[in-house]
Design a protein around this ligand. Structure first.
Ligand SMILES: [Zn+2]
Length: 47
């Protein structure tokens, strides 16, 4: 699988949501496929 098959056009395959981290409160979660991750504290929300 090449990089272009999997990743989005922006290159990193990560989409920043407008959902703030329930732990930090002031950091937006980044969406990685089926889970959301906070870059601040490491919180991960799996749906
Ligand atoms: Zn956080």
């Amino acid at each position: 699988m090449t990089r272009g098959d999997y990743y989005d056009a922006d290159g990193d395959g990560v989409e920043v949501t407008r959902e703030s981290c329930p732990r930090c409160g002031d950091t937006f979660l980044a969406e990685h496929g089926d889970r959301k991750h906070c870059g601040g504290c490491g919180y991960t929300d799996r749906e």
